[in-house]
Design a protein around this ligand. Structure first.
Ligand SMILES: [Fe+2]
Ligand SMILES: [Fe+2]
Length: 376
């Protein structure tokens, strides 16, 4: 088998990672599509080895997952009233007011009053929760695929519990959007490209790498950040429940790939590194929330450089990688193939997380007790 190393433009479709024009040129052109089909051509694997517990850590995770199920309809206080506009205003006030930290003169924001800023806050929240919902459906589909394609019984058992978890996550985000917020957004083009690539790859470990390590690793950090920031009690509790599941899912990825990666060649590892890098860049791109700017009729190309001036935003974007980088390190992905991925993560400014806690065991700390008020 001959592998060929790909250039940055072959991996992510552009030469410069920060080429704003190239990023914004990728848009979702079919926002009205009701169904989206991705072809995948992979082997479905039966195993006749039913010996439970051959992989003790996966077995332990499976037993934990069975006890940690919760009910999206009955375990959350859905009666909580949510005033989206009021939350936008109080959120802005707590950070010094609208547009803090940006030089607004000569910008599309120069003429904005409170009404426009509130609209931005509301749309941004609708967009964010919509993308969470779409990403959760990606996780549902990927995990169902893992049930079929992974060769070990302990992993099939565990993945089956994750399929149920992800169904519940899609359900809670859809319900929150419908009952408490004010409109859906279609899937972001960069997120869709990433999900398509994960699904289309026929190697079982790539599903794990793309979903459990990269997408879910980022989701865990993003949910954690939002959980910390939001003052809305229903959302806070919802995120707390979802995070306790997500921590197990990321652990599932780490525990499964750790063993498998030990026997891969350097060129096979390089392909995994390239995939991890592609995923990292796609997820970075999606956080430009270009569909929001489009809906508000302002130019993303003018807005994005302004937003980059806000220190909190830069911190947030970097923090999104706080789980991914240590997990990649634990899997040997940073330093394999002459440290190729270490160099890429250095370029995008996230390598400093390499010695943070990985998620192989962290799920115990994030455990929430379903039905108890103590989780918030
Ligand atoms: Fe999920
Ligand atoms: Fe998940």
């Amino acid at each position: 088998m001959s592998e060929k190393m790909r250039s940055t433009s072959e991996i992510i479709g552009r030469e410069g990672v920060d080429d704003l024009e190239a990023i914004l040129s990728i848009t979702n052109t079919d926002v009205d599509e009701a169904l989206h089909t991705v072809h995948s051509n992979y082997d479905t694997i039966f195993t006749w080895d039913y010996e439970k517990g051959t992989r003790p850590k996966l077995d332990k995770l499976y037993e934990k997952a069975k006890k940690s199920q919760w009910n999206a309809q009955t375990d959350l206080p859905w009666e909580t009233p949510v005033d989206q506009e009021e939350l936008v205003v109080s959120g802005a006030m707590s950070t010094g007011g609208f547009g803090t930290g940006m030089d607004l003169s000569d910008s599309p924001f120069a003429k904005w009053g409170e009404k426009e800023w509130i609209r931005l806050g509301v749309e941004a929240q609708n967009w964010t929760l919509s993308q969470f919902m779409h990403g959760e459906q990606g996780a549902l589909v990927c995990t169902a695929k893992i049930v079929e394609s992974v060769p070990w019984i302990d992993a099939k058992y565990y993945a089956a519990t994750q399929v149920m978890d992800e169904a519940r996550h899609v359900e809670v985000f859809a319900k929150y959007l419908d009952d408490k917020l004010s409109g859906h957004y279609p899937i972001n083009a960069h997120l869709r490209l990433l999900l398509d690539d994960i699904i289309a790859d026929n190697r079982w470990d790539m599903t794990y790498l793309g979903m459990q390590i990269m997408v879910e690793g980022l989701a865990l950090a993003a949910f954690g950040f939002m959980h910390q920031m939001t003052t809305e009690p229903l959302l806070k509790q919802l995120l707390r429940y979802v995070m306790s599941d997500e921590a197990r899912h990321v652990a599932f990825g780490v525990l499964s790939l750790q063993e498998y990666y030990q026997q891969l060649s350097s060129s096979e590892m390089r392909e995994r590194q390239e995939f991890a890098f592609e995923a990292a860049v796609r997820m970075r791109d999606r956080f430009l929330q270009q569909e929001v700017w489009e809906r508000l009729g302002v130019s993303a190309k003018e807005i994005v450089p302004l937003l980059d001036q806000v220190p909190e935003r830069r911190v947030f974007q970097t923090m999104l990688f706080s789980k991914i980088v240590p997990n990649c390190k634990k899997l040997g992905l940073l330093d394999a193939a002459d440290g190729w991925l270490r160099d890429r993560f250095t370029e995008i400014g996230v390598i400093s997380f390499e010695d943070w806690a990985d998620t192989g065991e962290e799920y115990d700390a994030l455990q929430a007790e379903p039905g108890s008020a103590a989780v918030a």
